[in-house]
Design a protein around this ligand. Sequence first.
Ligand SMILES: *[C@@H]1O[C@H](CO)[C@@H](O)[C@H](O)[C@H]1NC(C)=O
Length: 566
Amino acid sequence: MVFHTVLLKLAEWVVYQLLANSCYRAARKVQSCGCFFLRIRNPSPKSNPSPQSTPKHHLPPAGFPSLAKFAGGNKVGTLACDFQGALLRSSSFFPYFMLVAFEAGSILRALVLLLSYPALWFLDSDLQLKVMIFITFRGLRVKDMESAARAVLPKFYLENLHFQAYQVVASSGSAVVFTSVPRVMVDLFLKEYLGVEDVVGTELVQVSRGKNGGNYFTGFVSGNGLVVKHRAVKDWFGDRKPDVGIGSSSSPQEVNAEKWVLILGLQEAYVANKEDSNKMPRDKYPKPLVFHDGRLAFLPTPAATLAMFLWLPIGIFLAFFRLFVGILLPYKIALLLGTMSGVRIDFHDSRDRAETEDPKTRNRGGGVLYVCTHRTLLDPVFLSTCLQKPLTAVTYSLSKMSEVIAPIRTVRLTRERERDGETMQRMLAEGDLVVCPEGTTCREPYLLRFSSLFAELSDEIVPVAVNTTVGMFYGTTASGLKCLDPIFFLMNPRPRYSVRILEKLPAAMTCGGGGKSSLEVANYIQRQLGGVLGFECTSLTRRDKYLMLAGNEGIVDSSPPTSTKH
Ligand SMILES: *[C@@H]1O[C@H](CO)[C@@H](O)[C@H](O)[C@H]1NC(C)=O
């Protein structure tokens, strides 16, 4: 009995002391923000400021035309623009914090951020932002944030840009973006992709930990607090006002379009309505999006993130099931079970059956050289499964684990042209060989430059157009753990592999029979595969990819990459 009472008392204490106290503090904050909010809106507040009176602005404020009315084509001088809800279509920044939490932080951090979401509902927008910043950035390495800003976020920003607002930015002489979200999350994108002159955003506190610890975020915003946009605009421009302002129509921020535009007394101001925004078409991207990194293939809104976490246990089970089916069982059964577990395989072989099986067409007794586009490191595995015969794959930097679990034979190359040529020649004499001359994977509809080494080895060349679709996780990575690539790919609910085998290269287009140079052959096949897939051919290489995504050349040893052209 006594124990019982003590327990009750303790519980009471916890509830009152901890919860009530923190609620009280939160409520006070909310109230003070509320006061501030009302002061801005109405210089002489008569009514009692209460947090409940914070209105949600969903209607475009009267008097401010929506961007749909902006006469396109005319040049704008200086422009002040909001980010979330204006240049970016969504007014919720949660998915972008989630991206940083997941990709730069860890899955645990992402889970904590997701679990905090219901609580965010009860906070006012400033506090919401501060809580999201704290969870996302507490103890995060600055370096990791920077690489996420470079390799992960631009893709999602581009896909969610407000097209009309972007057009105004693009046509302006100089644009400055004012946002209350952390500057580190948007700075690189706005400057490198949109050519924005300056970005004013909330600054975060960084500390340095030890000699080699690098810099970390503390999770707090700097002494100036969150950026108050209208004030920031005034500070930045001083007396010369920007010519045009674009604000958000539904910004939950205390100072939204209506107000900062009103306060500044701009002549021209527009509201970026979500309703009249188009998604940015891919061909209008200011910079082509060829490379990006990160595991998440979807925009992690709260609902989508929840779905992902619920899927995880099933996904992990499925991934191992699919993996072991692929390794242990014969092709036919593996295909059947794989398809039943949700893997979609589109296979198409354009070759003449008689021709592929006629031994006379095989010259020099060697095998066929399959030349594949490279989407994930499973390309050779799926090709082998579809063909239902064993192939040998040549690889550059397969992780040990992938090498061990690979259901087909893999041979390591060295990136030394002579030695690799000999190795491949030897393999080819023993049987069919798969090469991915791009040398590295690409997720977007582009083909990288084809290394031409393969063209010198054989005239029996068969191009293979491979494409993949994933809905949840990318099965490739530039800076993450490569050994998890196949697992992540197979964890998708419905991963799709499409394998399309084209006709054998005509003799006139080969090195031996046609007298073409290996470079001509490589370029010809690249164009052909690009045409079949509708992908754009580029001259980018593995080196470009790793320089862009990871800031290194993607090679562990110091030997220079195989020179493949000229
Ligand atoms: C290739 O995959 C991408 C990504 O899923 C898809 O959008 C595209 O339509 C596919 N292209 C072809 C030709 O199958």
